[in-house]
Ligand binder design. Structure first.
Ligand code: HEC
Length: 143
């Protein structure tokens, strides 16, 4: 992408304003290029690459809430036999320790959209999970 026009100095907002539509077009072109590139037989890396420098993501505040809503109806140590809905025995995400240990496998399946089985998590949750892994899986403080 060499056609992206360089941004003016962020201090000169008046100079920036007329570029708004141009910038929007450049972004749209980048998105189209990205999507087109994806269609060219290139395999998507299932692991989303996220800058680890964003706001801190913790197990307690950000991950546990959607994991408990989206994974624990099968992947819970409290479930056995048919109640696990086929989830492998021992693959449980009830606690920080277990989820942290299994985070790479979770990331793989969440990123690929193959878990939960009934469809990928919302994009925001998938990005949050990637950021958590990228940041080294902070625990935070659970209530
Ligand atoms: C409706 C039940 C159900 C839900 C909900 C569910 N899973 Fe699963 N999970 C399974 C089953 C069944 C398997 C085994 C078959 C397979 O690997 O696809 C599995 C396998 C896995 C595996 C591979 C384990 C291994 O050792 O091979 C991972 C990782 C995983 N799930 C993560 C998740 C995550 C993360 C969530 C929530 C975002 C989730 N699952 C939600 C049923 C479920």
């Amino acid at each position: 992408m060499t056609s992206l026009s360089p941004l003016r100095s962020p201090t000169s907002t008046r100079a920036l304003r007329p570029q708004g539509p141009l910038l929007a077009m450049a972004v749209a072109a980048a998105v189209v290029a990205l999507l087109t590139g994806m269609g060219c037989g290139e395999k998507l890396d299932p692991v989303q690459h996220v800058d680890a420098a964003g706001p801190e993501v913790t197990w307690c505040a950000d991950i546990a809430p959607f994991v408990s809503g989206s994974c624990l109806q099968c992947h819970s140590a409290t479930l056995s036999g048919p109640d696990r809905n086929g989830a492998p025995v021992g693959v449980n995400f009830d606690t920080y320790e277990d989820a942290s240990r299994l985070a790479n496998a979770m990331q793989e399946r969440i990123g690929a959209g193959t878990m939960p089985p009934d469809g990928p998590l919302p994009e925001a949750d998938r990005a949050t999970f990637s950021a958590w892994v990228a940041q080294g899986r902070p625990e935070g403080t659970c209530p």
